[in-house]
Design a protein around this ligand. Structure first.
Ligand code: BGC
Length: 798
């Protein structure tokens, strides 16, 4: 892909192709929510599903599997089956007013705009995610929305993915834990979620048609586990099938993914809804496992289903199963029906502020330039349009109409409250691609002689959006020129970033004393940034994605976004830090990194094997101490390594984490528990998870590159016996618990045996399939004996 320099005209072409508009200018309001729209009809009574299945006509059943408009299911009035409403999400409710599309073009009712997933994830705080989920659940109930379309737990395969701001992490364990907590929060309110976009939807380019070409192990270890955790732990009401294909098959037509893995392996008991407009062949998608097609297909879906039942392509029992799932969803929604409670917009704004505080990441802080003293020192020069016109969420279907928006400039002025002078210069126009000399000169004047220049830089809204990917990882060049000019006038520069996914910081970050990664922080982001800059709050965010040195270093570089309808996941398992750490590459800021205004020490690491064998359980305890002079929160990260393995394992993998808040001098033990999956890999030949016996490293630290204490445990592991075939290499026969001794006996120590069993020189011969060895003159076993042995020992193969 050509990494073209960003130009305004290029953007407008891309925007019109993707039918998206850049974010409209922020409307700053100080009032609470506007009057809400008339409530939608809602469920009041529980449904008798078996009885309904006998009373519904075939046509009514087929219709129930289709939407009635953009956002509602079909009602069947004669049987008292109401319609329920689904709406976007996920970082706030986006309930469109009547007649709405799904593209985010029309206005939606006011709702609290929490920080989008990229920032929420940087909190690493599952309890916070649950509380945000609860709040969104409350807002859904107030609007009589039964299902919120999120969380998005897709992996950040490339920083260029235009929708990364809607996803949590490059790490499946982190994304899974956060997604499960969010789901539990929403669903505690009697409102369902739709975990999306299942699966391997990791780019926006050709998102509706591209085939993610990904091997089975990578799918199992990287792209599916976050969904698996949410499904098995939090029991989401619905899962959304993604637009793309996986290995040539549309996900919406993949029985393997939607039924085999999701339902049969993971035990999913909810409903699968298509992504909006993600169905082409309705009957086929129904057989695969898509229960509900959204939005309304204009009758096409119903017709296809009826035709398929008529011609015998689709059984009525398959139809009934899907209908029962729709009715179960409608029924679940009825639990929270009745009077719609209103929500406390002020309390939710406060929660949005708390979430924003937790999500910003202090990437660097040379000489402790931050926090700024709110009462002492000279002028604070605030520079950059984003301080006045914040970018606090991304564009597309997730775009919330906020109940209010606080700018960092206002929040700083309010917090300083006249004790210091705060002066502002916009420095640049957000969507321009060239410097404005007058604005630069004004910014330089403002910075000169100030105590500190706080520079708000970031990505213009049009750079990242649902519907298209970024072309590069850079900030607009004119913003960096502004940084140069300001830093020349005043070296005490603090940069605050607004961006939905990683941007390149090198080499410009050397010109800043501190960098605060603000991501997109939601409607209360301004408040949170002021609190963090002034030390009212202590930064605790940690990177949920690596910030690489260069785009060229990223794992998917050269394999993103693919061509001719296919994208090859060539980096395999080595996504995110797994790539940089395994290849020992330098990065700008590692996964898990984030400074605090205090410091922490780690000691007394202890690992206890609570159980070994089939279900290993290891308890890891470490003592964390706040060694600085401010209360702060540390995120303890536990990485597991498997240094000796028959297959490639990433250098280390995050398997558990916990946050701990400590007062100065305070100390606390932190215990993390590792189960079987923390040590397992997906065995492609056996098609199951395998723990290979041996020693595993346990590395505990403050980031993937800041490991403070290490230990190891030795586990027995599984009996993973490969099935034998005549063409299995002699090596595999010898490794087999019963065929191995048989083969040793049969070959003996002389002749062939002397070579075959020699630890070094025998390697070449052990690689030969046994059947072919039998043809060598003098080999003591015939092909027939080998065939017999396959039958004899085959039964022991697992
Ligand atoms: C997006 C989904 C969204 C849906 C409804 C689709 O285009 O991919 O994430 O929930 O529209 O707006």
């Amino acid at each position: 892909m050509a990494h073209r320099p960003f130009r305004a005209d290029a953007v407008s072409v891309r925007l019109s192709m993707s039918n998206r508009e850049p974010l409209p200018p922020v409307k700053v309001r100080n009032s609470g929510p506007e009057p809400v729209a008339a409530p939608a009809p809602h469920v009041t009574a529980r449904l008798d599903i078996p009885a309904l299945l006998t009373r519904l006509t075939l046509e009514e059943k087929a219709q129930l599997l289709d939407g009635s408009d953009f956002w509602r299911t079909q009602p069947v009035e004669r049987l008292g089956i109401p319609a329920i409403m689904l709406s976007d999400g996920p970082h706030g409710l986006r309930k469109q007013r009547e007649g709405g599309d799904h593209l985010g073009l029309l206005d939606s009712v006011p709702a609290t705009c929490f920080p989008p997933a990229a920032a929420l994830a940087s909190s690493w705080d599952t309890a916070l995610l649950a509380r945000v989920g609860e709040a969104i659940g409350r807002e859904c109930r107030a609007e009589r929305v039964s299902v919120v379309l999120g969380p998005g737990v897709n992996m950040k395969r490339s920083p260029l993915c235009g929708r990364n701001f809607e996803y949590y992490s490059e790490d499946p364990a982190l994304a899974g834990e956060l997604g499960a907590a969010f789901t539990e929060g929403v669903q505690s309110q009697g409102v369902g979620v739709s975990v999306k976009h299942f699966a391997a939807n990791n780019q926006e380019t050709d998102r509706m048609t591209v085939s993610a070409e990904v091997d089975a192990r990578t799918l199992r270890e990287i792209y599916l586990p976050a969904f698996e955790t949410v499904v098995t732990r939090a029991r989401p009401w619905t899962v959304m099938s993604s637009y793309n294909k996986v290995n040539g098959t549309y996900v919406a037509e993949s029985r393997e993914l939607l039924t085999g893995i999701l339902r049969e392996e993971w035990g999913f008991d909810g409903l699968v809804v298509s992504d909006w407009g993600g169905v082409s062949r309705r009957a086929r998608s129904l057989t695969a496992g898509v229960d509900l097609e959204m939005p309304a297909s204009g009758g096409a879906g119903t017709e296809d289903i009826l035709e398929a039942v008529g011609s015998g392509r689709l059984s009525e029992s398959d139809l009934d199963t899907a209908v029962a799932r729709v009715l179960t969803l409608v029924d679940r929604a009825s639990v929270a029906a009745g009077a719609a409670p209103s929500f406390d917009a002020d309390a939710h704004h406060e929660l949005a502020r708390e979430a924003a505080l937790a999500g910003a990441v202090l990437l660097k802080n040379d000489d402790g330039i931050l926090p700024l003293d709110p009462a002492g020192g000279g002028r604070i020069a605030v520079i950059g349009e984003f301080a006045r016109t914040p970018r606090f969420q991304g564009a597309g279907s997730s775009q919330v109409n906020p109940t209010r928006v606080v700018t960092a400039l206002d929040a700083l002025r309010t917090a300083v409250d006249g004790r210091r002078e705060v002066v502002f210069a916009p420095g640049f126009e957000v969507e321009s691609e060239t410097a404005d000399p007058a604005l630069v000169a004004e910014a330089v004047r403002t910075a000169t002689d100030a105590d500190v220049a706080v520079l708000f830089l970031g990505l213009p809204p049009s750079y990242e959006s649902e519907g298209y990917d970024r072309a590069h990882m850079d900030l607009p060049a004119h913003q960096l020129e502004l940084l140069d000019a300001v830093a020349a006038a005043n070296p005490r520069v603090v940069v605050v970033l607004s961006n939905g996914s990683a941007v390149c910081l090198t080499p410009w970050q050397e010109r800043a004393r501190a960098v605060l990664e603000g991501w997109l922080l939601g409607q209360a982001g301004g408040d949170a940034l002021a609190d963090l800059l002034l030390g009212v709050a202590n930064p605790s965010g940690r990177l949920a994605e690596t910030i690489p040195l260069r785009h060229e270093d990223t794992p998917a570089f050269g394999n993103f976004p693919g061509a001719f309808g296919r994208v090859h996941y060539g980096e395999g398992l080595l996504v995110g830090y797994r790539w940089y750490d395994t290849r020992r590459m330098p990065v700008a800021h590692p996964f898990g990194h984030g400074f605090s205004y205090t410091t922490f020490s780690y000691d007394g690491l202890d690992a206890v094997i609570r159980s070994d064998g089939a279900e290993p359980e290891v308890e890891v305890t470490v003592t964390v101490t706040n060694t600085g002079d401010r209360t702060g929160t540390e995120t303890v990260q536990l990485y597991v390594t498997d240094p000796e393995s028959t297959v490639l394992r990433p250098a280390q993998e995050l398997r558990a984490f916990a946050r701990v808040t400590l007062e100065p001098g305070g100390s606390s033990p932190v215990t993390l528990t590792l189960g079987r999956r923390a040590f397992a890999f997906w065995h492609e030949a056996l098609e199951r998870w395998v723990v290979e016996g041996g020693t595993f490293g346990l590395r505990v630290g403050a980031s993937s590159r800041d490991i403070r204490v290490e230990t190891a445990v030795t586990l027995t592991g599984d009996d993973a016996v490969l099935p034998l075939a005549p063409d299995s290499p002699a090596e595999e026969w010898l490794a087999h618990p019963s065929a191995g001794p048989w083969l040793r006996d049969a070959v003996g120590d002389e002749g062939f045996g002397a070579i075959l069993f020699d630890p070094d020189s025998g390697q070449m011969m052990r690689a030969i399939p046994l059947r072919r060895l039998s043809r060598f003159p003098g080999f003591p076993l015939s092909e027939g004996q080998i065939d017999d042995a396959v039958i004899r020992f085959g039964e022991t193969a697992v």
